[in-house]
Unconditional design. Structure first.
Lengths: 144, 458
């Protein structure tokens, strides 16, 4: 079974910060012109704190990737739990991706395609991603 | 086997209607110039000559276990398709082609990309030869479907949306060709109140009109249906203008759907829909709809033709009826809400009352289906096939899908499901055009074990 690590949480938090901070700052600046933006800024801040402190850690804890005899089982979700079960023999292609942030933290993002299904896994440590890639597609699979 | 060239009339396939629509307005302006006629004649002649040469460059041949398709004039291409990967062969023949003894052939492979499919105009004898080489022989004995069944099936599968997709592009093209804005004229008439007195009447008239268009289109497409069966191949011929024939191997079937839509349900009948993995993007068939009569005829049909049967033991619904109907009950409570607006806007009272009546009738019918849903919901295996049954909207659907044609399973649990130990399982086949069947509120642990066991290597 594969689980997400603290590095994944750090990456998510950085992305969350990068998305929400400009919005909150913009809303706070616009408060000078209208009181409504104060409410908007408050809502954005509350959502940001909720995601940062509660939702993301729980999501990370709930995310599981299991590889069994002929199948892959991916579980995720905090309030609404979703599980995807597919045949590991019918995976058509697997690719490893890593932007600057992921490479800085020695992580990779894995995505794979099957019949009428595609899955983008969260960032994983490089070794784990390689191991999972070999399990899914074997050696010799094209790398992005 | 020698190479087979396309039919001489194949050049029409390269004369796209888009060219005609582009040329006609341009031609009108060109004719006003001094040498415009000569230039226009030369342009049209060049277009026709190019199409003829391109058509002559198209050929097809069977070499061993490969189908070879050649095309292209300046940029030649050769496509090699393994015969084992061919999903379906469809032919279309309108009255003009019938007189010329020609048929438009679409050969679809398992690949989802339309570029991997073949479209060619062949002589009838060449088509028969290709069928023989590819082991898609047609059985001489076939079953003819009655006109009554076809009409009922067509009424059930028609929809206003299909009518819009059929009529609107054609009307627009004709309008551009004749320099005539059909949509503009209709809108002007509606606004001036010349045709209809209220917006509701307009919407209703449009809905009925497009439904009628869809019905006529699908009836012409499906009438005079014949089904031929052999050990390996299924052959279906239907339609009048054009007449289309579809040959496909049983092992290529992606999903077998048994559906009961509202109109079909009233007559206690079922529709069997067989889908193929190709998706039909190049103009070939993605699946066929077979009208079947009563409940007692479904099981023998499935057994004799496809070798599947409904399993005895299934994973059934864990939840009671209330869980299946709670959202419909809630909507029914809010259905009279538009009547509040009728008090505010008395001019629209009649339309709003009709709307509320329509909503109430639909929701009550939906409730009746919802009450039956616990008995219908099922998940099991039938030999090597997945079997799933569920209710979607007003339609009851069952799916038989071979293991190698099944898509990924998706289990979803909402907070209420987590408390109750149930889940919603979404299953689908590998055909892109297939919908998803949701098996609702079944036991979570049983469903999870089923999904894992389904994919386990044999």
């Amino acid at each position: 079974m594969f689980r997400l690590t603290e590095k994944t949480l750090i990456i998510w938090r950085i992305r969350l910060f990068a998305v929400f901070c400009p919005l909150i700052l913009a809303a706070a600046y616009l408060c000078l012109y209208s009181f409504l933006f104060l409410a908007a800024a408050g809502i954005l801040l509350a959502a940001f704190l909720f995601l940062l402190c509660f939702y993301l850690p729980r999501y990370m804890a709930e995310y599981k990737i299991e590889h069994g005899e002929g199948y892959i089982h991916i579980s995720s979700g905090v309030f609404i739990k979703t599980e995807r079960i597919l045949s590991s023999d019918r995976i058509i292609s697997v690719s490893l991706r890593g932007g600057p942030l992921l490479r800085l933290l020695s992580c990779r993002s894995l995505c794979f395609f099957s019949v009428r299904f595609r899955c983008f896994l969260p960032p994983l440590p490089k070794e784990t991603a390689e191991k999972l890639k070999n399990l899914l597609g074997g050696d010799g699979v094209a790398r992005d | 086997m020698r190479e087979i060239k396309a039919h001489p009339l194949g050049f029409f396939m390269f004369l796209s209607p888009v060219w005609l629509i582009t040329i006609v307005p341009f031609a009108r302006r060109l004719l006003s110039f001094r040498y415009g006629t000569i230039f226009l004649a030369g342009f049209v002649a060049a277009l026709v000559l190019l199409s003829v040469l391109r058509a002559r460059a198209v050929s097809i041949a069977v070499l061993g276990d490969m189908l070879v398709f050649k095309k292209g004039l300046l940029f030649k291409s050769e496509e090699f398709l393994p015969i084992s990967s061919l999903a379906s062969i469809t032919s279309r023949q309108n009255p003009i082609l019938s007189l010329c003894r020609a048929e438009v052939i679409n050969i679809e492979s398992e690949a989802e990309n339309a570029a991997k499919s073949i479209k060619i105009l062949l002589r009838r004898r060449d088509f028969e030869r290709i069928l023989e080489q590819l082991n898609f022989q047609r059985e001489k004995k076939s079953i003819r479907m009655g006109a009554g069944r076809i009409t009922l099936m067509t009424a059930a599968i028609s929809s206003a949306a299909v009518g819009v997709f059929v009529l609107v592009p054609t009307a627009n093209r004709i309008g551009r060709l004749l320099d005539f804005s059909l949509a503009g004229r209709v809108l002007t008439s509606v606004r001036s109140g010349a045709l209809f007195s209220s917006a509701f009447a307009v919407l209703l008239a449009l809905f009925l009109f497009f439904y009628a268009v869809s019905f006529v289109f699908l009836l012409i497409r499906n009438i005079s249906m014949r089904i031929g069966l052999s050990n390996e191949t299924i052959y279906i011929a239907a339609g009048v203008f054009p007449r289309r024939k579809c040959f496909f191997k049983k092992r290529m079937i992606a999903g077998i759907f048994i559906e009961q839509r509202p109109l079909i349900r009233f007559s206690r009948r079922y529709i069997i829909r067989v889908t193929l993995p190709s998706g039909g993007k190049s103009g070939g068939e993605s699946g066929v709809v077979v009208p079947i009569a009563k409940k007692g005829e479904v099981a023998p049909f499935l057994k004799n033709i496809f070798g599947v049967a409904r399993p005895e033991s299934v994973i059934g619904a864990k939840a009671g009826r209330f869980r299946f109907v709670r959202w419909r009950l809630l909507l029914l409570c809010f259905a009279p809400t538009p009547l509040l607006f009728a008090v505010q806007f008395p001019a629209y009272a009649e339309a709003l009352c009709l709307l509320v009546l329509f909503l109430a009738v639909s929701l009550i019918y939906g409730l009746s289906i919802g009450f039956l849903a616990p008995k219908i919901t099922a998940l099991s295996r039938s030999g090597d096939h997945l079997f799933a049954a569920g209710v979607k909207g007003f339609t009851v659907r069952e799916l038989f899908c071979r293991r190698e044609r099944a898509g990924a399973f998706k289990l979803r649990r909402y907070p209420a499901d987590i408390r109750a130990g149930s889940c919603i399982l979404a299953v689908k086949s590998c055909c892109k055009n297939d919908g998803t069947i949701k098996v609702k509120y079944i036991d979570y642990s049983a469903a999870r074990e089923y999904c894992r066991a389904f994919w386990k290597n044999q």
